[in-house]
Design a protein around this ligand. Sequence first.
Ligand SMILES: [Fe+2]
Length: 744
Amino acid sequence: MHPLLGYVDRWSAKPGETIKLMVSSRDGAPFEARFARIQCGDPNPRGPGYRETPMAHPLAGTHAGKDQRTHLGSWIEIPSLDLAAAGDRLVICATIWPTTPAKGRQSLVSWIGTDGVSLSLDVEPDGATATLTVAGKTARVATGKKFLERAWYDVWLVVDRAAKTLGVGQRAREIHPTFDDEGSISTTLAALPGLGAGRACLAALVPSDVAGKPSCHYNGKLERPTVWAGAMVEAALGQQRGAVPRSGEAGLVACWDFAIGIDTLSVTDVGPGGFHGRTQNMPTRAMTGAGWSGAEHRWTHRPQEWGAIHFHDDDLGDVGWTPSLEFAIPADWPSGLYAVHLKSANGFDNVPFVVRPGAGAPKAKVAILLPTVSYHIYSNFVRPGWGRQNIARAKEWGAIQHTPDENPELGLSPYNYHSDGSGVSVATMARPMIDKRVNHFEMMDPAEYGSGCYWVNVDSYVIDWLTRKGIAHDVITDHDLHAEGVELLKAYNLVITCQHPEYHTTEMLDGLEGHLARGGRLMYLGGNGFYWKTVFHKEAPYALEVRRAEGGIRTWATEVGESYHAFDGSYGGLWRRVGRPAHKLVGNGFSAQGIYLGFPYTVNDAMNDPRAAFIRKGLESELRPGAQLGERGYMGGGAAGHELDRADFRLGTPRHALVVASAVVDHPQFKPVNEDRLDHYWPLPLEKLIRADMVFFETPAGGAVFSVGSMNFVGSLPIDGYDNLLTRMMTNVVQRFADPTPFG
Ligand SMILES: [Fe+2]
């Protein structure tokens, strides 16, 4: 892990509010903290230039460091599990769908008594195993039958004190012809202890130290672990395949029914002891169980068929570091993008945050809405080799040098696969998001002078541009919009979203639509925006979930039957498929994807429409049909690139929208999006699909929308000191959109 890393507990705060900063400093080295307001985060010396204003703060200075670590892998913690009721014969059953059965020891159910006796039922390369440790002596018995990956099995463990045996077994839910994957075995022990009070873990091995972390994390689905007293194995297996036992069922000690509380962190024991638990590190819930019939796809309608949880040995929730600083935002700090810079003898880091306008403070008429929900989803996107590829340039530029691929302890993003090959559907911000930094670039830019930046650094171009043009603005975040909805936006005539606002919650879309409905204006300066639905966890607000259902450009797809979010039961996937297409909101929507290479736009005849006169104002001789815009840019060398959006009336673009400029990209590395394809032909000629459309339209309430349709667009704003045709045109749009005079 990088020797100095930090994270904050919230993306934004108002003056007077406090942000918690958690820092890990290797070997406890002291670290220095200083604060700055960011004008431009791009470290490229040939770009607009990294610029910031130092900000005095009482907590700036040197602080004691603390070495803090992360623990990967999810599990369920059962703080109390008393097995005394099991008497002379204990049977533990579970239903599993292992995804990496050859990996090594993976505990399914593990228990440790207050007297130090421990017991576990595990998946191992030689099949189901039972392990019992008494007074430091361990007995282990294994079926010797290899599990098949991604197949359902019932597994069990038997402790028979009367017979002095420890037994284990596994039986497949479906017969697998030619595979020898079932069996049971027991071993005789000299003596078996009585079992009593203790604690347990599900899907990991319980630590001997109560303050410790578990080990032997399980990869795969686990369903309904159950503990019986006095039961025979066949009876217990019969129960495992039937309905969930009731609390009063004879012999029932504990049964964890994961179908209860799917949208929570709680795990319910329906047995008489109420040995409830809690999920740790965000395993994936609402997973189809062994009995999923396929007749129903929405887990809220028949939760008992989604009684499985998928655990991963690289899941991560809240890393839980101790706060190092709790800093209040001074009353005189204006709204903007800020960072706290950290430095120790071992390294440096920074953590960006946003200062919102104060509660009673006058607000600007323009708000820059930083797409922090998309930052959050994209955080720690591990791309193998990128760290090695970027390091020389990072050193030369004095930029942040750490990358997710070189810091795997910090977890993954929903652009990655888990170690078992399943897609990552949960993103946490309660950890260092080391690729969401200022003074940071993402990739080696294909343009020789380009910056290769993304996210907050290119979004800072928008801040830099408005600042240089003297256009007063506030900075707010997606997280604020989610929490406050349209109320957040009511003071603003114009809301500007940035380079890549791809992920939205229902509440965020409601807020933006509400803003337009009351005559507000919206500028969307990116590409591939308003694309995926995402959902916050109600008990773990640091966590977002994405179910990549049906179609769309995506690195993985949800499994059949798992397209509804666990966090709120809603259907996942593209907003276009959920009935709220980007085209309807902003006039264009994702149409083509390519490499990080930019191309110019060409002005269309529609620019001459009288309704577009404000766009041309003072530029009439240059913004003629056929003229080019954005021929240069610090993102891939041009304004239209990487991900492109087109206007399409069939998909929801308002009929009266003007497409004032377009960029048709003819490059072999650019392809249309798959959600447009139904058979072996594309539905339209490629030039109608691989294009960015710049769209303007008025709304019925006197507001308006302007969208550019390209992810690389903002990279062209800083060209020639923000004084180029594209930027002058965009300044016209901002000025008109900030003016409250209704659009006719
Ligand atoms: Fe994206």
